[in-house]
Each structure stands twice: as C-alpha cells, then as structure tokens.
Design a binder for this molecule. Structure first.
Ligand code: UDP
Length: 335
C-alpha cells in the first residue's frame, strides 16, 4: 500500500479523505496537531501528532512512513477569526504550507494535493465561477489559501513540485456509512447549526440576511458532499502521478441552494420544525457562490455520488443523531 501523508487527517474533510484513500488501496498517514482534529476520526491508518509549522516533526513523519505524496488539508478555517487575527491565519496556513513544501522538497516527495477554497475568489463577477475567475479574497482566510496556491508554481519550476489545488465550495454531509462526520468547536457552518436547531440542541438558526439579491433574499451556496470532495483527492493523486502538475479545480455541484432551502430540506428530511430567527447580513458574505466544475468532471472524471442536498442532509443528520455536536469524543464506540 502506498503511504500518503494527509495533513489535517483528523479533521472533517481530512478524515473523509483518509477513508477514501484507504478504500482506493493507499495507506493514509494522518499528520494532525489535534488542535482542531479528533483522534477518533483517524481510523484508516496511523496518526502522527504534529504541527505543520514543526519542521522536525514533519521530517520525522516523512522518515517513518516514506509517503509517495501529500494531501494538505491542515489549516485554520474560521473566516471571522481570520478577520480578527490575520497573523494567526497567515502563520498557520501560509507559513505552515511553506514549511511543508520545504519538507517535501528535502524528503524527495514531489506530489501535492492542496485543500483550497472558493474563498480565494472573493465576490465573484460571474456565476458560475470558473477556475480562471479573478481571485480577490475578501478575508484573510481566503487570502491565506490564495497565498499558499501562489507558492506552488515557483516550487514546481525549481524543485519539481507537482501540484493540484482543489477549491472546495460548501462542504456538507457525513460519511454515508456513518463512521465519521463533522464536528467543529465552535460550529459556524450552516447545515450543522440547522440540525442543532432541528434537534433542540440550539434554540434556533439565525438566517444571516434576508435582503440579498437572490430569489428568496437569503444567500445561495453550492453545497458539495464531503465524500465527493474526498473522492476528488483520490482522483487528483492518480492524475498527478500520471500527468504531473494539474493546477486548480473547482469542486461543487454547480447548483445553488439558499439558506431557506437548506432549512426547508432539513425540515423535510428530519420531519421536525426548525425554529428560525431572521438576522442581519454577515459581513463579507457574497449573495451567490456557485461553482463551474467542468474541469474536474472532464479532467479528473469526477462524478459526485451525492449531488442532492437531501443526501447531504440525510447523512449529516444520521451522524448528528448518533454523535453530533460535541458528543463524538465521548463515544467509546469511536475510540
Ligand atoms: N448562514 C446563516 N446562519 C448561520 C450560518 C451561516 O444564515 O448561522 C449562512 C451564511 O450567511 C452563508 C451560508 O449560510 O450564506 C453558508 O454559510 P457557512 O458559514 O456554512 O459557509 P460559507 O459559505 O460562509 O463558507
């Protein structure tokens, strides 16, 4: 089995990537500080506890496992926190990526699949958004992802780095077999918060703005199942090995759902009423973000298996009911 180092492999997306890699015959080695990730989410290979800023720990992990490639998911990802403390995001996400790139160079590992984001585009001028759209991030989180992407061509030219950057739209859902799922502390993402409101863990979901330039006034996003994001990483690794540098790919379903539609879908899937509070707009929220994912479909043969929002809600709800919102870490079954 080819070992693959997955930074952030104990996190929401990274753990689903590890599972997809294992199913494809790789050995995923999760490299994770566990600051955000969870030891219980590392189930398909070893856990190397370490920070991507810690060059010695990275070198030790490279020496111990001799990975063929790196999937780099480790990052801070709270937009509001990045606005309040940009240095923290630049240090962890950008300097961390640089540390990782140098470790890859010096350990002779050329292939990198990078977790990027539609946040690198900022306010889009055209929707759906192609990879060629201007990248003008509107917050330090998006800027940190863009700055990371911008390091790759120089490392490719001089050190032989081969890279693919996967720009996720809105990750949602949980492992369809219920083995892993989303658990953030604090939780800021829409779907888990709506599920919390449906289950009574939170009193209500606050809708951030009802006067956007969208059909129902609430923001529209392109939700993509986390298991489908994971499969794109496996496809990108294979294509990198075969073809070399691939560049950037948008990962979304090319369909928009408004906040109201997400709430309605949760009500329909769970059979519960969702208490709603209408709130103010959140600063920096573009009204509509929808991917043009033609390139991933054509060049990675990427075919999302769970393109329907209801499937994302169903899998997330199944996870949420068993372990959701802070309870997974207490669950013996997952340890
Ligand atoms: N949102 C909301 N209430 C919340 C959290 C999010 O109305 O408590 C909205 C947010 O304005 C955005 C969408 O839900 O339009 C998705 O937000 P999320 O934070 O999940 O992802 P983002 O699009 O910011 O990456």
């Amino acid at each position: 089995m080819k070992p693959i180092l997955v930074t952030g492999g104990a996190g929401y997306i990274g753990s689903h990537v590890c599972k997809a890699l294992a199913l494809a015959g790789y050995l995923p080695v999760a490299f994770d500080s566990l600051e955000m990730g969870h030891a219980w989410a590392v189930r398909w290979g070893p856990l190397e506890r370490g920070n991507i800023l810690d060059r010695a720990r990275l070198d030790a992990a490279f020496a111990a496992h001799r990975p063929h490639a790196v999937v780099h998911c480790a990052a801070y990802a709270y937009v509001a926190e990045s606005v309040a403390d940009p240095g923290r995001y630049i240090r962890n996400n950008v300097a961390g990526t640089l540390t990782l790139l140098e470790a890859m160079r010096d350990n002779g590992v050329p292939d990198l699949v990078f977790s990027s984001s539609c946040a690198t585009y900022g306010e889009p001028q055209t929707v759906p958004i192609p990879e060629s759209a201007p990248q003008n991030p509107v917050n330090p989180y998006g800027r940190s992802k863009l700055m990371s992407e911008q390091m790759f061509p120089a490392f490719a030219a001089v050190h032989g780095l081969r890279w693919a950057s996967l720009r996720y739209f809105n990750a949602a859902g949980a492992d369809p077999q219920g083995e892993i799922g989303e658990e953030h502390d604090p939780e800021t993402h829409l779907l888990p918060l709506v599920l919390d409101a449906a289950s009574g863990r939170r009193p209500a979901i606050t809708v951030f703005g009802t006067d956007h330039a969208t059909p129902d006034g609430t923001c529209v996003r392109d939700y993509v199942h986390v298991a489908d994001l994971a499969s794109a990483h496996v496809a990108a690794l294979g294509a990198l090995a075969a073809q070399g540098t691939l560049g950037a790919f948008n990962l979304g379903n090319e369909t928009g759902h408004s906040v109201r539609q997400v709430i309605d879908t949760v009500s329909a899937v769970t059979g519960r009423d969702v208490p709603v509070v209408l709130g103010e707009r959140r600063q920096g929220d573009p009204p509509v973000l929808i991917a043009d994912s033609t390139r991933a479909r054509n060049e990675l043969a990427w075919r999302p298996r769970f393109p329907e929002l209801a499937d994302m809600v169903r899998t997330a709800w199944a996870w949420h009911r068993r372990y959701g919102s802070g309870t997974a870490g207490n669950c013996e079954e997952l340890k």
